[in-house]
Write a protein that binds this ligand. Sequence first.
Ligand SMILES: NC(=O)c1ccc[n+]([C@@H]2O[C@H](COP(=O)([O-])OP(=O)(O)OC[C@H]3O[C@@H](n4cnc5c(N)ncnc54)[C@H](O)[C@@H]3O)[C@@H](O)[C@H]2O)c1
Length: 323
Amino acid sequence: MILVTGGAGYIGSHYVLYERERGNEALVLDDLSLGHREAVLDAPLIVADLSNEAVLDAVFRSYPIDAVVHFAALASVPESVAKPHRYYRHHVAHTITLLDAMRRHSIPYLVFSSSCATYGDPQYTPMDERHPQNPINPYGESKRICERMMQSFDEAYGLRYVSLRYFNASGADPEARIGESHDPETHLIPIVLQAANGKRRSVAVYGNDYATPDGTCIRDYVHVNDLAQAHALALDRLRAGGPSATYNVGSGTGHSVQDVIAACREVTGRQIPVEEAPRRAGDPPILVASSAKAEAELGWRPQYADLHTIVETAWRWEENRRF
Ligand SMILES: NC(=O)c1ccc[n+]([C@@H]2O[C@H](COP(=O)([O-])OP(=O)(O)OC[C@H]3O[C@@H](n4cnc5c(N)ncnc54)[C@H](O)[C@@H]3O)[C@@H](O)[C@H]2O)c1
């Protein structure tokens, strides 16, 4: 059985559904601070804070858990700059609490949500896993520290892990049973789609003078179900005796902010009002992954790599959302 921390959140809930659809049991632990009870569907849910050692001990004693997939975290880069104490506590302190409980209960496998933010400003593109890690904000730094902690736990206690460095998670369950629901929403595709259906007045485009073909920032959008698949394959590999490892998970294709807005106009058939805004501090012009290592070693094959398909699934959710 898999314990999924943060399994009521956006990516975690899609992973739980993915595992359950391939016949595996997943138990969700989430304090619902940012997630949604409805996103778990009918999977078992323990509502608790990850920092609660007594709850972790009870969970590991009571259920036949052999693996943890750890999504629970905070995920706003600007907030991490303004309130670093929250990010170091949530990421570093809570992850050490989890790792230590796993050590006490001899739980052998961990799959961890890391981020391209651990790289900092790109020195080359597409970025592979050998790209230097020089994070430029507490969000990326705290994720990088978690990677180091897992490495030490592997060396000292044999706890095996896979760290997945996601690029921009996007899209939704193609059947629209679950999808993205953050408050406030900071991700581009849902923001653009909410401008399409009138929930927002317009979309702000932060900077149009970057050194990119249309002047707007380029990002790598990876479908949330493809991310779920990567976690499942990572866990399969660990359970089959594979070593600890780190993989980028991105589509390998960059799309500018203007490309995303154009794809949303095409999919929705709606006018989407746009406002030009100044650049935001800390936004690199281009972030694109090389996921060749995940493809070669995990056999990861994205099913929803095309931007149009990603936007279609997100729009279906946006039009039918229940939370
Ligand atoms: N969304 C992205 O594009 C992206 C990119 C890179 C990395 N990540 C990482 O992926 C993970 C999931 O991201 P998401 O977009 O699904 O975020 P999310 O906010 O939708 O989900 C996080 C979940 O964790 C839960 N949680 C937070 N703190 C908790 C605690 N102390 N105890 C128990 N539960 C707690 C929240 O209630 C929520 O359900 C995070 O670790 C994030 O840093 C996300």
